[in-house]
Design a protein around this ligand. Sequence first.
Ligand code: HSE
Length: 440
Amino acid sequence: MKPIQVGLLGIGTVGSGTFNVLQRNQEEIKRRAGRGIEITMVADLDVARAQSVVGPDVKVVNDARAVIANPDIDIVIELIGGYGIAKALVLEAIAAGKHVVTANKALLAVHGTEIFAAASAKGVMVAFEAAVAGGIPIIKALREGLTANSIQWIAGIINGTTNFILSEMRDKGLDFDVVLKEAQRLGYAEADPTFDIEGVDAAHKATLMSAIAFGIPVQFDKAYVEGITKLGAADIKYAEQLGYRIKLLGITKRTAKGIELRVHPSLVPSKRLIANVEGAMNAVVVQGDAVGTTLYYGKGAGSEPTASAVIADLVDITRLHTADPLHRVPHLAFQPDAMSDLAVLPMSEVVTSYYLRLRVADEAGVLAQVTGLLANAGISIDAVLQREADEVGGEGATSTDLIILTHDTREGTMNDVLAQMQALPSVLAPITRIRKEELN
Ligand code: HSE
């Protein structure tokens, strides 16, 4: 049988990796897929550079629409990124009857409903394993491997840049700004790292996992998103003293009231495996009612790790493209007419526990005032740590750091208490609040 023909839109880091791995492993991939898979056409603005990557036998153009219009192309891989031209091209490829493979988490998290509906109407597949956690086959695991389960929660380190920064902050005791500059110098962080450090990239990925886990539409606009830019070395150190590490987690959870969908720094007990995921690595924990806790670990970015996921999608499509569309794996794991209308909860309704750090006047009665406010609100304290005044502020200091770990409470209740604490004359600086996840 003649090879299935693939057109590639954008041949940067992931595109080159995809081309190279497909070539290197072509025989083995063919034995798995049942027929060869060949990239026969590439569109890239830099035609000369693209041609040098793929060699003279592959047609390279600077117009992505020429790839979509080519009747010989069965599958289009979109590796342009972003919501702009990528969205138009994906919809045009679908309209032209092409199957689509994309690594574009931003596009699917924001416009997934429209894109999956268009694909279903046209009877084509949109595959996106590479969009979440790079080379880790987490989409496959959630959508197929765990299909027996009622999934209860997912918590993941799904942004390598921020995990690298947090690991460096902890290892070297440095503040965020210093490590970010170093990460940029080493090429770990983008020149514009906003989406990574503000949690947006992780929220795109969490949104996709949430939809697949719970059978709800993709709803990035409902996700709570908080990045790591305000974290200080002191909080990482205090967390460590209390037996925790701070990680940027993407969390989605099924509760009696609705779905939690949130990205924020979290204290995680140091003894959990996920707390020990360091550097740019990714890891996702999934809790299912039948399977219990499962953990997926690997490289969440990079040329060949991400290519590994892109090619897995190419193989899936090659195996399934002649199947009746109704017999394929649904885009979001659940049949489109059987989606749930469970609401994504506002952050004020989320229930979790907290780490609080207060810079307070080192005088009698302050601890009682602070803990009194927690008691009045029904918030139970798990641990308290007070640093000696001269350890924090030097010899003769008159202020100190008070660190409190709480048990679970509603975020809205905690917000009210924090406002009251902040207004106390003995609280001398803005209070730091970091959520805490036991993940048990
Ligand atoms: N920028 C992402 C990260 C990789 O740092 O993990 C692509 O999503």
